[in-house]
Design a protein around this ligand. Sequence first.
Ligand code: BG6
Length: 369
Amino acid sequence: EKGGYDYFMLKEIAEQPKAVADTLLGRIGADGRLSLDEVRIPDGVLREAQKVVIVACGTAFHAGLIAKYAIEHWTRMPCEVELASEFRYRDPILDHRTLVVAISQSGETMDTLMALRHAREQGAKVLAICNTNGSTIPRESDAVLYTHAGPEVAVASTKAFLTQLVACYLVALYLGQVRGTKWGDEIQAVVKELAEIGTQVEEVLGTMEPVRELARGLAGKNTVLFLGRHVGHPVALEGALKLKELAYMHAEGFAAGELKHGPIALIEEDLPVVVIVPSPRGRSVLHDKIVSNIQEIRARGARTIVIAEEGDETVVPYADHLVRIPVTPTLLQPLVATVPLQVFACELATARGNEVDQPRNLAKSVTVE
Ligand code: BG6
């Protein structure tokens, strides 16, 4: 049932191009327009909505953090993202013009379920993004957009995460479409690239051997830091979470700009720091800032592991290890940038002799609050 792989996690990482393609299937028309019939919330309600609030836990929360960038940029609607376990305890401001998006692979996470129940009690409409047909979260929501990742067995989420991202991008684009956001060249290009993104995920998977080798070489380390900016920040958080879950190592993700306000004190000789570099095209200011961050940490002895777009030569002098990812629009980069981090964590866990599919103390779905 592991299809020739040693672990379900490896199988599920490898299945990502298909999972992504399946989640897109039938949802983008030839004219680039989206048809999401499952979003049964009437267009009128989506047009009148004043803000989006995303609730989720763990890896799904990281998908939500990335979705915020897409929703705000493409639709100009304000978007908040909150850990489901914190949501209802702070008396959130919700009404019938709030669209709540609940993201959950299992559809059974109690924290997320309680958050969406609270949102509905306040009159908000709830759209679930879920991977499990007929589970509790979609049943209790106003609408559901299913991710088609197929069953995910390994506790650490991989293919479900990538498909959650795809679903989030679809929701963001759909909101833009319904609300009449100016469908400029940028969005047109993004839709086209999104439709083809499975191929790029496949490309990344084909180049992972050096990442595995690097991971094996770091098995004796105690700490790994992850840095990113913009959508690279949630990617850094996800990279760190994977390492905690699987390798039982101290790992933290930071917004690279925050480095100077504290975390830089952690940098010491040979400390591995993974940096996710945004595309040098488009938001080039972001790119240049992160290149300076890499220089700063390297000057203090860090061992830099740099994840950067094909053809980005500016990072070469500062990268102790360079991992290449394909060229993508800035907002879609998490779909390719996360993959090396999954492989990295999986290999490190294996090298440390850990149980990859069933990490200690964790459960695939947590049905208590
Ligand atoms: C956790 C799982 O406890 O629940 C994580 O171990 C997962 O992998 C999180 O990201 C949220 O789960 P779900 O099913 O709501 O996406």
